[in-house]
Structure formats: C-alpha cells, structure tokens
Design a protein around this ligand. Structure first.
Ligand SMILES: [Zn+2]
Length: 94
C-alpha cells in the first residue's frame, strides 16, 4: 500500500500492536525491526515509525484529536498519521 511514496507493508493487527508498543519504548528499535521483519528499507522504516500515532485519533504533530481513519492526513496541520486502531482504551474514563 503506497502512502506518500512510501511502500507501507500490509501490517497485521498483531504487527500494528507490536510496532506501536515498540515505538513507545524505543523508536530506534522499531526502525530496526521493521527492516528485519518486514523487509522495509531504512528510509521508509524511519518514515513509518515517525508517523505511527502513539494515541489513537490524535495527530502526532498537533493536538487535533478526532482522526477517524488509519492512514490519514491531519485536517488541521497536514501531517500524515498512521492512525492504527489498536490503542483504544475504552476503560479510560477517569
Ligand atoms: Zn495535526
């Protein structure tokens, strides 16, 4: 799936979960694993990791927080977001 000239691998749900957790812990490691496991080149791997949203629905550049698709350009600032639907936490209501 090409996004902005980047060949984005078809991530499974498990992989999405794995890489977004990895990004939170260590972006450098996430880039490495993308290259090793998914066969992504270094430039694309860096790009992908940079654009993975840490929090679902929230733009990773500005504070816009109602993104509603998985690969979406923020309507507010124009940044591309890999807005994977895995970080939703329904019990978060405090
Ligand atoms: Zn934004």
């Amino acid at each position: 799936m090409p996004v902005e000239g980047i060949d984005v691998p078809d991530f499974s749900m498990d992989e999405k979960k794995h890489f977004s957790e990895l990004k939170e812990k260590s972006p450098v490691n996430a880039v490495k694993k993308l290259m090793e496991k998914m066969g992504v080149n270094q430039r694309d791997a860096k790009y992908i990791v940079t654009h993975i949203n840490v929090k679902y629905g929230q733009c990773n550049r500005c504070r816009f927080n109602t993104l509603d698709r998985e690969y979406i350009k923020c309507p507010n600032c124009g940044a591309l977001n890999f807005n994977w639907t895995i970080n939703q936490n329904p019990s978060e209501n405090s």
